[in-house]
Write a protein that binds this ligand. Structure first.
Ligand SMILES: [Zn+2]
Length: 245
């Protein structure tokens, strides 16, 4: 006859030992997030949206306390390696093991602001030509309106082309703590926005995870190029009519 009391203690010890030897989950989350951020870098570099080491990306590893996987400063995004990705805290400072002089992107605090206000799981920032041009041309209106395009349905929660997306335009500022306060206010003022532009600088968007944020970058970049090209064609056509009239 099997004695139950003799079996239970053995199982209990086995369970305790397996829990004790489980590797910390955060390094595994960092490795997975790093691989996804490197993939985003290759995609965006191929499109010319992160030229010359511009742009920066992050993904949430933990929310309490907040920890983000973040691209380092001055790295070519098309050549990112997973081991270059840093873990940062809610002050934008490097957290965890630090064995070299890598620094997180200067704009890390903007990522923290977006994650906190939008409960985002990933934040991606590009420096495309169209974001740079349109953020200047529409700055006086305070934002860029995009409406009527089928591709708007690629934004989370949008089900029809009959949607008006408003991308707030924020003045550029090298004082990142001050800029992050302005970003927080803009996000709270425009709760439906899927992204925002910084004047003559670039575009920020986010998502529940890296995959959704990558989709938002591709959708918004497509829409900005469509708006930018149609505005320039319209300008040329209107100008031509005026010249001939
Ligand atoms: Zn930037």
């Amino acid at each position: 006859m099997v004695s139950v009391p003799s079996v239970v203690p053995v199982l209990s010890v086995a369970i305790i030992e397996s829990v004790a030897t489980l590797p910390d989950v955060r390094p595994r989350r960092l490795a997975a997030a790093a691989a996804e951020l490197c993939g985003a870098g290759r995609r965006f570099d191929a499109r010319g949206w992160v030229s010359g080491t511009s742009g920066n990306f992050s993904a949430v590893l933990d929310r309490d306390p907040l920890r983000l996987a973040m691209t380092p400063s001055a790295a070519f995004k098309g050549e990112l390696q997973a081991e270059q990705i840093l873990e940062i805290d809610e002050q934008g400072a490097v957290a965890g093991i630090r064995d070299d002089d890598r620094r997180p992107s200067a704009e890390a605090l903007l990522h923290v602001a977006i994650v906190q206000v939008r409960s985002a799981g990933a934040v991606l920032h590009t420096h495309s030509v169209w974001a740079t041009l349109l953020s200047e041309l529409h700055a006086d209106r305070g934002g860029l309106a995009i409406e009527g395009y089928e591709m708007l349905k690629g934004l989370e929660g949008i089900r029809t082309h009959e949607h008006r997306e408003w991308l707030p335009i924020i003045a550029n500022d090298q004082d990142i703590p001050r800029l992050s306060t302005v970003v927080r206010a803009a996000l709270e003022r425009h709760p439906g926005a899927h992204g925002f532009l910084i004047r003559r600088h670039g575009m920020y968007t986010w998502g529940a995870d890296v995959r959704e944020a990558v989709r938002h970058v591709e959708i918004i970049e497509f829409l900005m190029e469509a708006v930018g090209r149609s505005e320039s064609w319209k300008g040329a056509t209107d100008g031509g009519r005026q010249d001939s009239g």
